[in-house]
Design a protein around this ligand. Structure first.
Ligand SMILES: [Zn+2]
Length: 109
C-alpha cells in the first residue's frame, strides 16, 4: 500500500494511472493533506513517490542548480546538493529534456 510521503497516510483514492518512460505512474489523492501523490512503479515495484506540487519545486531547484553550475554535475551531485533522491533527479532531467529545456546535459537521453 502506497503511503503519503508527507504525512504517512495510506493512499486509497486512485485518480489516474498512466505510463511514463519505463514507469507505471499511479496518482492518488491524499485524504489528509489533499495533495496529489504520484507513485512511480518499475516492474510492479514502487520505485519512488513524488507529491505533485513538489515536482514543480524540484524542477525549479534542478534548473537553478544546472544554471548555477553551467549545466555540469552528475545526478548524484545534484541529488546531494538538493537533498532529493537520485531517481527524482533523473526523472526531473528527463522531463526537462523532453520539454527541450535541457539538451543532453548528461550526454545521453
Ligand atoms: Zn498527505
Amino acid at each position: 500500500m502506497l503511503k503519503c510521503p508527507l504525512d504517512g497516510t495510506e493512499l486509497t483514492k486512485l485518480e489516474k494511472k498512466w505510463h511514463y518512460s519505463r514507469f507505471t505512474v499511479l496518482s492518488y489523492r491524499c485524504e489528509k493533506c489533499q495533495r496529489s501523490i504520484r507513485g512511480y512503479y518499475y516492474h510492479e515495484r514502487l520505485a519512488f513517490t513524488i507529491p505533485k506540487n513538489m515536482q514543480s519545486l524540484i524542477r525549479k531547484n534542478v534548473l537553478a542548480y544546472l544554471k548555477g553550475h553551467k549545466g555540469l554535475g552528475s545526478t548524484e551531485q545534484i541529488a546531494e546538493a538538493l537533498r532529493i533522491s537520485v531517481p527524482e533527479v533523473k526523472n526531473t532531467l528527463k522531463e526537462l529534456e523532453r520539454g527541450g529545456i535541457v539538451e543532453n546535459i548528461h550526454g545521453k537521453k
